[in-house]
Design a protein around this ligand. Structure first.
Ligand code: ADP
Ligand code: ADP
Length: 231
């Protein structure tokens, strides 16, 4: 049984620009999938379809039993409960605290009581190695710490899938490694991870499934693939 099923998906922008062309793949629960390709290859567009920030022009996307391409607002909210997203540019309330930023994500999808919000926030801060940082303001944290908060926020509703768009961009090698370790840990707890990345060292070192896009086409779908086809 497939958790994600993408069939014949294309995206056409004005002027016959195809960001994606006839993409087909499926993902089982618990998989770790790297999405790679040059800038402009279509990685972000593909991820945005999965969390329905954009709609595809043709084809269908199923997540669980939900046909993402056909959902209404109420179903969209249910879908987003199943998905945690770590975007390239993390949208924070930057003059607010770590706690407040995570609490907002819980409140967005459920009517949790304040003691439960506190418990869950502490819980995810522990996962990302930020225990005791609840009251720090986002704009006083390093980029790496902000990324950790973004990850904490993405997992706080216990999603089935975490989607991450280049989570290690703008980080030095050491901070990037720490962030990648977090995703592997979250994956080992059973969460499916779909990650767009340019981190060739990581892709080559921790071998997982690779989806490679080139000018909007899926040119490679390889288990335990390297960053390049013939390394
Ligand atoms: P990547 O994430 O791999 O860098 P993107 O998914 O951002 O690639 O972009 C894929 C292609 O689609 C690029 O050629 C980009 O310029 C184009 N594109 C993305 N968004 C839009 C848009 N809103 N309008 C027109 N073209 C777009
Ligand atoms: P990313 O960092 O995800 O690759 P970009 O910097 O390419 O994103 O694009 C930023 C925003 O501009 C996105 O919302 C994308 O959809 C849009 N965009 C990208 N390329 C184009 C384009 N050629 N025409 C119009 N909008 C675009």
């Amino acid at each position: 049984h497939q958790l994600i099923d993408v069939r014949k998906v294309s995206k056409k922008y004005k002027g016959n620009v195809y960001a994606l062309k006839n993409i087909n793949f499926s993902v089982k629960q618990g998989e770790f999938v790297y999405v790679i390709g040059a800038s402009g290859a279509g990685k972000s567009t593909l991820l945005k379809f999965l969390y329905r920030e954009e709609e595809q022009t043709f084809g269908s996307i199923k997540i669980g039993n939900t046909l993402v391409s056909r959902i209404n607002h109420k179903q969209l909210y249910l879908l987003r409960r199943k998905l945690g997203v770590v975007m390239q540019k993390d949208l924070f309330l930057s003059d607010r605290t770590v706690f407040e930023n995570i609490a907002v994500s819980i409140e967005a999808v459920s009517a949790a009581k304040s003691n439960e919000i506190a418990l869950r926030t502490n819980d995810v801060l522990e996962v990302v190695g930020m225990v005791g940082m609840n009251d720090r303001k986002i704009n006083e944290l390093s980029i790496g710490q902000q990324k950790r908060v973004a990850i904490a926020r993405a997992i706080v509703n216990y999603p089935t899938i975490v989607i991450a768009d280049e989570p290690t961009a703008n980080l030095d090698a050491k901070a990037a490694l720490e962030i990648m370790k977090l995703f592997f840990k979250i994956n080992s707890m059973g969460t499916t991870i779909i990650m767009a990345t340019h981190d060739s060292t990581m892709v080559n070192t921790v071998r997982e499934r690779v989806l490679e896009l080139n000018h909007g086409e899926l040119i490679r779908d390889e288990q335990e693939g390297g960053y390049t086809r013939y390394p």
